[in-house]
Ligand binder design. Structure first.
Ligand SMILES: Nc1ncnc2c1ncn2[C@@H]1O[C@H](COP(=O)(O)OP(=O)(O)OP(=O)(O)O)[C@@H](O)[C@H]1O
Ligand SMILES: [Mg+2]
Length: 292
């Protein structure tokens, strides 16, 4: 019904007026406790596993596809198909590929072996292996951008896979708590202790130990050295690295808990401004190997 101009509209009070708190509270369901969250998490985990099993393989693990003779000769090894077939016939020990007829399918492991064979035995004037000067340290490539959704993760994944197809050994380090790169590489990460977090913590712990020696000598109260830092000193970067479905790509994965580092790292920085955070990862990588 249209109301008459000049008179205020007559309406019931909106439902959020005159609420009786006790009555409203009585209508609420039981509070959600951690057991409910645990149940939801376990549902989500089962859903994820189910998807992985349907999408990848019955065991939920990712598998790298095979490469055809055409792909191998066109993109991976500079050799023509007829010559490749001849070399395979002459060398029954080499991987012969799977499949009927002229076109065979090779795993990447097999492609890498074939490439090594050609590098040893093939034409001397051809570069079969990707350029890798002896004795130089690994190249570090970081993909970063302040903008969201601009293709950082995709760029990183393609860089890693392209380098791997060229035959380089690649270590992918996922620094994003979203963990999309980790999913792409089929990684499994339980908690922040299997991410790069303990490497940052260990670096900080060592600097703190040094700083505390200085403070002690100067008669100052040492900074607190908590359980996290003590535990981090025991972690070796080597134990964080996992294999992937790519024979020459390894991964240090990420997971939602890594988000914690975004709070913890500034706290550490504020406590000890002299800690060179930016070197923490490089230090861990350069040292490689063992804890202690
Ligand atoms: N070159 C491209 N052309 C078209 N689409 C792309 C390209 N690169 C990435 N995308 C798509 O854009 C979307 C975002 O990409 P991606 O996840 O790599 O971005 P991001 O920067 O890592 O995002 P986030 O900030 O959420 O981490 C994805 O759906 C991806 O498939
Ligand atoms: Mg991303």
């Amino acid at each position: 019904m249209a109301h008459k101009p000049g008179t205020p509209p007559k309406a019931d009070l909106p439902p959020y007026f005159n609420i009786d708190p006790a009555e409203a509270a009585a209508k609420l369901a039981d509070p959600i406790d951690t057991a409910r969250f645990a149940k939801a998490a376990s549902f989500a985990m089962r859903g994820r596993d189910d998807l992985a099993r349907r999408g990848y393989a019955p065991d939920g693990a990712k598998r790298l596809r095979r490469f055809s003779t055409w792909e191998v000769c066109r993109y991976l090894i500079p050799v023509n198909p007829a010559h490749l077939r001849r070399v395979l016939r002459q060398n029954p020990d080499l991987p012969q590929g799977e499949g009927e007829g002229g076109s065979k399918w090779f795993t990447l492991e097999e492609v890498l072996r074939l490439r090594d064979h050609f590098a040893e035995e093939g034409a001397k004037d051809r570069e079969y292996r990707a350029w890798r000067p002896e004795g130089l340290p690994a190249k570090v490539v970081a993909v970063a951008n302040f903008k969201g959704g601009v293709g950082k993760t995709s760029t990183c994944a393609h860089l890693a896979m392209s380098a791997a197809l060229d035959g380089y050994k690649v270590l992918v380090i996922d620094l994003d708590s979203q963990g999309s790169m980790t999913s792409i590489m089929g990684g499994k990460v339980e908690d922040e202790w299997q991410t790069v977090f303990p490497m940052l913590a260990r670096d900080y712990a060592r600097h703190l130990q040094q700083e505390n020696k200085v403070r002690e000598a100067a008669g100052q109260k040492p900074f607190q050295f908590d359980e996290t830092l003590t535990a981090a000193l025991e972690v070796s970067p080597r134990n964080l690295v996992q294999k992937t479905h790519w024979p020459n790509i390894d991964l240090i994965g990420a997971q939602l808990n890594l988000y914690w580092a975004e709070f913890q790292v500034p706290v550490w920085r504020m406590q000890m401004l002299s800690w060179p955070l930016w070197d923490a990862l490089t230090n861990a990588l350069e040292e490689g190997g063992d804890a202690g």
